[in-house]
Design a protein around this ligand. Sequence first.
Ligand code: ATP
Ligand code: MG
Length: 206
Amino acid sequence: MKTILVVQGKGGGPKTATARNLAVAAAVAGLRVGTLDTDPQGSLTFWHGQRPGDAVVIAHEHRLLSAIDRAPTPDGLDLLVIDTPTAIEVFPGPTAILFDSADLVLAPVRPGPEDLVSMDAMLPYLRARRRPIRLLLSQIQPRLRETVDAREIVGRMGTLAPVMIPQLQEVPRSFTAGLGTAEIAGTRTGPLFRDLWAYLAEEMGI
Ligand SMILES: Nc1ncnc2c1ncn2[C@@H]1O[C@H](COP(=O)(O)OP(=O)(O)OP(=O)(O)O)[C@@H](O)[C@H]1O
Ligand SMILES: [Mg+2]
């Protein structure tokens, strides 16, 4: 089983949107996927509870970060996607366990200046964990100058995923429906999350 840990320093990251859409993209690609929600807010758990009965199966567990005392090892999965709360540094022990269990750390970043500053501040911590890190520009507006600038800035911080996720209302709508956009026909971000999964799968040697 491979594990992807989704982290970001700034609230509203978009960590949960990335975790659930990636999980769905991998499940649609045929993997046995599970999600682990370590955030007390439980957004991912709510989303999972909304999944329609005929949607592709995703296993799910809600275990608070504070309660993580060993690496998660769920049975019968090919991929585990872990969603985290914002202030992971509040629980250094559990956070270290999750990092150690991760085959890849995925950090979504929005192109706004506050997010870039927050990501920059988090980088020393991320690098110190010595796990492969991929940065994902998300909630972008392609035509804005800030997007071009952010691509350059984030590209200097580390390895950028070759996919950028645009800011589109289909993403929050899919939250309420308990879906990922990769399983909704005609979405624009669906194919992008599939491409993101294909890229990460190759990076992890799946
Ligand atoms: N590509 C997108 N386009 C439009 N809205 C988005 C997109 N990605 C995420 N959002 C929305 O942005 C908000 C924050 O996203 P999300 O909940 O994923 O962030 P988060 O990092 O998990 O936040 P928290 O720190 O509170 O857990 C949500 O309303 C979500 O639906
Ligand atoms: Mg969240």
